[in-house]
Design a protein around this ligand. Structure first.
Ligand code: PRX
Length: 638
């Protein structure tokens, strides 16, 4: 029998319901419906002029000679020959304005401790840390690994790297030692910045021993800097380790900001593709700051007077673009929360909104669905009337969760911006703006300047209502420039599947009003609670276990997290399958890949469906698991 929530979702979908933006937002917004339509047309007719307008909202040390150089496709260059530094826009320039003494970061610790940093405080901390980095020999072009939790020091570390011209490589603090090691090695990082630990669900998550293990045998690492967050009694016996606070003590609060070329690397961020090896997505200073600034201004209608909370983690692209760089460029107040959204109680998020009078909340469908499960009464116990706009990201949001968010958190007054984008795109790509009519569950339309289409494998548009691949026809300023040290793979993965297009790996359909409805990944990439993970990564972790001969992983639907992983395992001869072994394998996956991989189950099997050439047909396993049609099996060997 269907449960009530799926029935309601279907009703909403069938109604194709449209919600109009609130009067209040329309009158306040940076954008009017007329300007929005005009911007779409201007961006189509003269994209260079449109993006130059966006770039002119920021400060440059030297302006560009050309907006876009597309002479070496797909290695596009934006704002050619311009000189800039994103930190100048995110920090330095605010010090000369009324923003100087305004709060830049509000930090809320899981245990309720809190800290506020003004733009001037942050500026001085970043300068000090930039001087620390320089004193350790870090210079333009170097790579620095950052393995820190959601605390102000991660923002300071990222900004200080950018200030001295080094590229940061942030590794999410939930990743395992193996994942950290791999990311340190592939970026040949000189330095790791980490912490003793942090607080999550009432416990200390220890980070130092993860770093200890990750840097064994890695000779590029010259130094490890540890922030004292958890207050652990640790003696640093290894000469390479130093405490952050000790280095900061004697550093000067003034530092020059490195002049960067617009196309110089700002950061790399590893993300999962279809293979077992994650890809290092490269972003640069110039185009990236233009893209995130324009989108944050128009989509979240951000104002310097806002208290804005993006409840993601800086370890992901969402945190890079929309917790740290975007909001600081906008001169707004950005909130960082260390802990779990339902700790110590399921109303923690509503309590934080009330405590700081938050105006804009940006979170994921998984979080919304989880908190929705605690009922409608908890949000009512808190004053959420300061909220004026809501956002969602990371995975498709079902209309049921959208409506709950809209009605219970947004009092049916705050527009919900369902923003579709990726680590690779750097900025929102398909998204509503607050002045556009909304359809619950749809990410609306491509942002002005983005030419996205729904196409088949040959690049032909598919008929309205039918599913196809999301493809982007024109380059955009915040796009990835390449994969770190792998230009060929960059071309193959993103620009060769559908000739002439950037392919994102997502399946989407367009309705009769031109609204996009995202349906999930088209490839062997899982999306567990908004976290990307390749089936190949799970399989490779499994076969690394001594009991496993072969393994196949698939995604299965989950009501809260959208998707969970399920594995089918062939054991080595003489090994017996048991509940204990399944538990051990789950633990093994966790320690290899980190807690983002949530397993629904592990089945022991005698064989796996394969093509005649030996490729595992995950599609067959998935169909069997979800009860959906298996489709064409003529290429199957067994
Ligand atoms: O499948 C899409 C899904 O998340 C993927 C990108 O993951 P990542 O690079 O980790 O970045 C996540 C945060 C930007 C996409 O290929 N995705 C992201 N946002 C949405 C989404 N799917 C549907 N609707 C969204 N709003």
């Amino acid at each position: 029998m269907q449960d009530k929530s799926t029935m309601r979702t279907e009703v909403l979908m069938a109604e194709n319901r449209v919600l109009n933006p609130s009067e209040q937002i329309v009158s306040q917004a940076n954008l009017s419906p007329e300007n929005y339509e005009r911007a779409i047309k201007q961006a189509q007719n003269d994209p260079d002029a449109y993006w130059a307008d966006a770039a002119n909202e920021l400060e440059w040390f030297q302006k560009w000679n050309k907006v876009l150089d597309d002479s070496d496709k797909p290695f596009f260059k934006w704002f050619v020959d311009a000189k800039c530094n994103i930190v100048h826009n995110a920090l330095d320039r605010h010090i000369k304005t009324a923003n100087k003494n305004k709060v830049a970061i509000i930090f809320e610790g899981e245990r309720g401790d809190s800290q506020k940093l003004t733009y001037y405080d942050l500026y001085r901390q970043v300068n000090k840390f930039a001087n620390v980095l320089r004193s350790l020999g870090v210079k333009k072009g170097d790579r620095v690994a950052i393995y820190l939790p959601n605390i102000p020091e991660i923002a300071i570390a990222m900004l200080a790297c950018a200030k001295v011209g080094a590229a940061h490589n942030v590794v999410y603090a939930g990743f395992s030692a193996a994942a950290l090691k791999e990311r340190i090695q592939s970026s040949a990082a000189k330095l790791v910045i980490s912490a003793d630990g942090f607080f999550r669900r009432g416990k200390v998550v220890h980070l130092k021993h993860v770093v200890d293990e990750a840097i064994i045998g890695v000779d590029t690492i010259e130094k490890v800097i540890l922030v004292k967050r958890a207050g652990e009694d640790i003696k640093l016996s290894d000469k390479r380790y130093s405490w952050y606070h000790e280095l900061m003590d004697s550093a000067s609060p003034y530092a020059e900001t490195e002049v960067m070329d617009s196309e110089d690397m700002l950061f790399m961020l590893y993300t999962s593709g279809t293979t077992a090896k994650p890809k290092g997505i490269v972003h640069v200073h110039g185009g990236y700051m233009v893209g995130i600034n324009r989108t944050l201004n128009w989509v979240f209608d951000i104002k310097p007077t806002d208290i804005y909370w993006c409840a993601a983690d800086p370890g992901w692209i969402t945190g890079h673009s929309y917790i740290i760089y975007g909001p600081l460029i906008a001169g707004t107040t950005t909130v960082m929360y260390e802990g779990h959204p339902a700790y110590p109680g399921p109303d923690r998020m509503w309590q934080i909104i009330e405590k700081y009078g938050i105006n804009i909340l940006y979170t994921s469908p998984t979080t919304i669905r989880m908190l929705m499960g605690f009922g409608d009464e908890l949000p009512k116990k808190h004053d959420l009337t300061t909220l004026r706009l809501l956002g969602s990201v990371g995975e498709p949001i079902n209309p049921e969760a959208w409506m709950w968010y809209y009605e219970n958190i947004g009092r049916s007054q705050c527009p919900v911006m369902d923003t579709w984008w990726q680590t690779e795109t750097g900025m929102f790509m398909v998204t509503p703006v607050p002045v556009a009519p909304l359809k619950p569950g749809s990410a609306n339309k491509p942002f002005p300047g983005i030419e996205a289409e729904v196409v088949d494998k040959k690049g032909h548009p598919v008929p309205i209502g039918e599913g196809g691949f999301l493809a982007v026809k024109k380059p955009w300023p915040a796009m990835l420039r390449t994969l770190y040290n792998d230009k060929e793979k960059y071309k193959d993965v993103y620009w060769s599947i559908i000739p002439g297009y950037y392919t994102a790996g997502d399946v989407v359909r367009k309705d009769e009003d031109g609204y996009f409805w995202f349906q999930g990944r088209a490839d062997d990439v899982l999306n567990i609670a908004g976290h990307r993970i390749a089936t190949a990564e799970i399989e490779s972790a499994l076969v690394a276990h001594s009991a496993v001969a072969e393994a196949a992983a698939i995604g299965v639907p989950d009501k809260i997290r959208g998707e969970l992983a399920k594995a089918f395992v062939i054991l080595k001869q003489g090994v017996e399958g048991s509940d204990e072994l399944a538990k051990e394998l789950k633990k093994h996956i966790r320690s290899e890949l980190g807690p983002i991989v949530v397993m629904q189950g592990i089945d022991f099997v005698d064989s796996l469906p394969k093509t005649r050439s030996g490729k595992i047909m995950r599609r067959v396993l998935k169909s069997r698991e979800t009860g959906k049609d298996v489709g064409d099996l003529t290429t199957l060997s067994d």
